[in-house]
Design a protein around this ligand. Structure first.
Ligand code: UDX
Length: 423
């Protein structure tokens, strides 16, 4: 079992640290945020991530997981240092590497001889060399090991990976990193650092492309009187297409897709390739927000001025409390921009966001509303008492952008219900 330092305790760092401790390694996680570290040592998890709290509590109780302030404290005695710090989108669309460089510089002086530094943050092609330069430690190998963790199932994804990608020119270093995953069953893909870094951007950009395609097909289905659910079923059974990641929605968001697609456009552009296809995918996503607002506007008679909208869902997807780049927020901002009065409810959000009025239940949001718009696919929205909702609303209308509401049952109660991609 190995000694691993994890630098950065966001979604990726905390999941990586807790899961490595769970499979038997000695892990020290570091962050610059003192309050966060105090809370983590007390067993408090700052994010909603199924299963993570148990792993953190077990790891701390069994002495295999500790939290410290400062990267250097964590890295002083490690064999592997995992860099899991943010790479936000800079003003020009490129990823901002300042956190990675700062973390690398901080640990450079204390890393034991022959330690291995592993980049898990999503970084532009060539960043392995950026870290090498910041470290100035020829004895230390730098490896790329991108993460493919979905929020809401990050622990499951870590412990049941589809693949482990290791980017290094050095075979024995690759074997050392691969040994950290012993006990997990997954193909290990060893490649050069540039290819490993590219794999991460290609995966997220391909998935975003799939979703923009499906959302565009939903618009086509509405126009020609087809049903997107059946179309998706019909194409998803072809193994070359696959049946996952094909659900239409109000657009895609989250902490990864928007910044990674923009970054790949930028990476390609800097290298002399105009990635028109991916630019189109990004544009189609913004158009999707507008299209949802157009549909709601049409449902209420052509103008949103003064219309009361109940927005169900604020997070970028269900089972997370993450609001970053949430399509729900993008749609609500546009509804409000056209004069609608929005009351929002989300099971994971209990305070006002971006000036939006956030209420404590789906029923409260529906009071006197002219239309309910379902924006996040929280399961509990399916099981509400729609008779009660009809009684509370000014007029019983639902626009379901996630196709989760039983249209037949709700229709029988007198609702005007429309769903995305179905005539
Ligand atoms: C993503 C990648 O899936 C993960 O592999 C990567 O490492 C990090 O980024 P995450 O950001 O957690 O994970 O979200 P994901 O579950 O992929 O969803 C992204 C967006 O696509 C969400 O807004 C979601 O609602 C939307 N989506 C997803 C759909 O609209 N339809 C789908 O079928 C799937």
């Amino acid at each position: 079992m190995s000694k691993i330092a994890v630098i950065g305790t966001g979604y990726v760092g905390l999941t990586t640290g807790a899961c490595f401790a769970h499979i038997g390694h000695d892990v020290v996680c570091a962050d610059i945020d003192e309050t966060k570290i105090e809370r983590l040592n007390a067993g408090e998890i700052p994010i909603l991530e199924p299963g993570l709290d148990d792993l953190v509590r077990d790891g701390v109780a069994e002495g295999r997981l500790t939290f410290v302030v400062g990267a250097a404290v964590a890295a002083a005695d490690c064999e592997f240092a995992y860099l899991c710090v943010p790479t936000p989108q800079g003003d020009d669309g490129a990823a901002d590497l300042s956190y990675i460089e700062a973390a690398a510089s901080e640990i450079a002086a204390v890393l034991p001889a022959d330690a291995i530094v592993v980049n898990k943050s999503t970084v532009p092609v060539g960043s392995t060399h950026v870290v090498e330069r910041a470290l100035q430690r020829p004895d230390v190998k730098v490896v790329s090991n991108p993460e493919f963790l979905r929020e809401g199932s990050a622990v499951h994804d870590f412990l049941n990976p589809d693949r482990v990608v290791i980017g290094t020119e050095d075979r024995s270093t690759a074997a050392s990193v691969a040994s950290l995953f012993l006990g997990l069953t997954a193909p290990v893909i060893v490649t050069d650092p540039a290819s490993a870094e590219t794999i991460k951007y290609a995966a997220n950009s391909f998935l975003a492309t799939k979703l923009s395609f499906v959302n565009a097909m939903a618009a086509v289905c509405e126009a020609v009187g087809a049903d997107i659910n059946d179309v998706v079923l019909g194409i998803g059974t072809d193994p070359r297409i696959g049946d996952q990641f094909l659900k239409p929605g109000p657009g895609w968001g989250g902490s990864c897709f928007p910044k990674d697609t923009q970054a790949l456009v930028h990476i390609a552009e800097s290298a002399g390739y105009d990635f028109g296809l991916l630019k189109g995918v990004i544009t189609a996503n913004v158009e999707q927000f507008e299209l949802v607002v157009d549909k709601v506007e049409a449902m209420v008679g052509g103008s949103l001025e003064g219309v009361r909208v109940a927005a169900w869902g604020l997070t970028f997807k269900a089972n997370t409390d993450d609001l970053r780049e949430s399509p729900a927020l993008a749609v609500i901002a546009r509804l409000a921009g056209r004069g609608a009065k929005v009351a929002a409810f989300d099971p994971a959000i209990h305070k006002s966001v971006n000036g939006i009025r956030v209420v404590d239940s789906a029923y409260t949001a529906a009071e006197d509303a002219d239309v309910v718009v379902v924006l996040t696919e929280w399961d509990e929205f399916k099981w509400l008492d729609f008779q009660k909702i009809a009684d509370l609303m000014a007029s019983p209308r639902v626009y379901d952008t996630r196709n989760i509401i039983d249209t037949a049952a709700v229709g029988k109660l007198g609702f005007d219900i429309k769903t995305l991609g179905r005539a």
